[in-house]
Design a binder for this molecule. Structure first.
Ligand code: SD4
Length: 337
């Protein structure tokens, strides 16, 4: 098992000291009254800010995001910079440079980003540009649009000074050539075959942003786009409530508009953990669901800084950096049979 997230039980103590204030101090009412009410509601989370969470085992990425936050940067800068670490990491074969190609050998990237105002930007089927998340941010900030696709997205990136590169590394090419021997045209994800990075951060002001970047399913059909660049499916941020991000078989996430669902469930009062569990429930409880054949995982954070994660199968994890600790947290999961 080569993939990074199969490193089990790795508890990572990171460097750096969290210098944030508690969320109850800086976001919500500071009065004793509010505090008493919060304790009465069973909320004993004095979440320390800033905080960052990400899908899978990506402690270098969360460390980068935390570095940005501790230097006074905002959550948007943090999630962009954090995701860029994995995009540049050629060993990660699900994101950016070195991502596994589609069945025709083309590496195509999907990414999106969303800020505290609900602004968002996204790129789909982007080729030859490593930092898809930064192109998504440019779409958000420098165009009147939300989403750019394919050649248009690439031309936009080039016009913004991004450099064209060949994203197919020798290792990914070799893997693709091996896959071709038995090439199956149906894009099947198995539970080992993904580690899209989705990242959510709360900065010291209590503002939330999120980002998501991926090369999508390995050996997918040419032209296939997953959930990761679809606002509401792969990612959703509502600065008043919280945020969620997905990983796994994008088709199943899109069908349930998963990340929006998680945030809406939190709006109704569910904890991030309960909201992630219910969103997974929507997938696995469908009549005739073949959930045994694929993985989906969600992570979420609410405005109080509480976090949650849940997946269909074992071995999904969340990396969380808070209070000076950068650690991998194994996620609870549905399929225990
Ligand atoms: C997709 N959700 O394209 C992505 C794949 C993924 O880790 O999460 N990989 O469907």
């Amino acid at each position: 098992m080569k993939r990074r997230h199969f490193i089990k039980n790795a508890s990572l103590t990171g460097v750096g000291i969290a210098v944030g204030s508690t969320l109850t101090n800086c976001v919500e009412a500071t009065s004793e009254e509010a505090k008493a009410e919060s304790v009465a509601m069973g909320d004993n989370s004095e979440a320390t800010l800033p905080l960052v969470i990400a899908t899978w085992h990506v402690e270098a990425a969360t460390a980068k995001a935390m570095e940005v936050l501790q230097a006074g940067g905002n959550a948007l800068d943090a999630v962009e910079q954090g995701c860029r670490v994995e995009e540049a990491n050629e060993k990660g074969q699900s994101v950016g440079k070195g991502g596994l190609p589609d069945r025709d050998g083309n590496v195509t990237l999907d990414a999106c980003i969303m800020d505290k105002h609900g602004n968002c930007g996204s790129v789909v089927y982007l080729q030859n540009i490593t930092h898809a998340v930064s192109v998504a941010r440019k779409v958000m900030e420098d165009t009147p649009h939300v989403m750019l696709a394919g050649e248009g997205a690439k031309q936009f990136a080039l016009s913004q000074g991004f450099e064209a590169e060949d994203l197919l590394t020798d290792a990914s090419k070799e893997a693709w050539e091996k896959w071709k021997v038995e090439a199956k045209y149906k894009p099947i994800i198995n539970i080992e075959n993904h580690d899209t990075i989705g990242m959510l951060a709360i900065d010291k002001n209590g503002d939330i942003s999120g980002a998501c970047t991926t090369s999508g399913l390995a050996y997918k059909m040419g032209g296939r786009v997953g959930d990761s660049p679809i606002i509401g499916s792969g990612l959703f941020v509502d600065n008043e409530i919280g945020a969620a991000v997905a990983t796994g078989l994008g088709e199943e996430v899109v069908k349930t508009v998963g990340s929006f669902l998680v945030v809406e469930l939190m709006r109704q009062g569910k904890s991030p953990q309960a909201a992630c569990e219910e969103a997974i429930g929507r997938i696995v409880n469908k009549p005739n669901s073949n959930y045994k054949d694929f993985q989906v995982g969600y992570i979420a954070v609410n405005k109080k800084g509480e976090t949650g994660s849940y997946s269909i199968h074992q071995w999904f994890s969340m990396t969380k950096y808070q209070d000076g600790k950068n650690e991998q947290i194994q996620s609870d999961y549905f399929n225990k049979s």
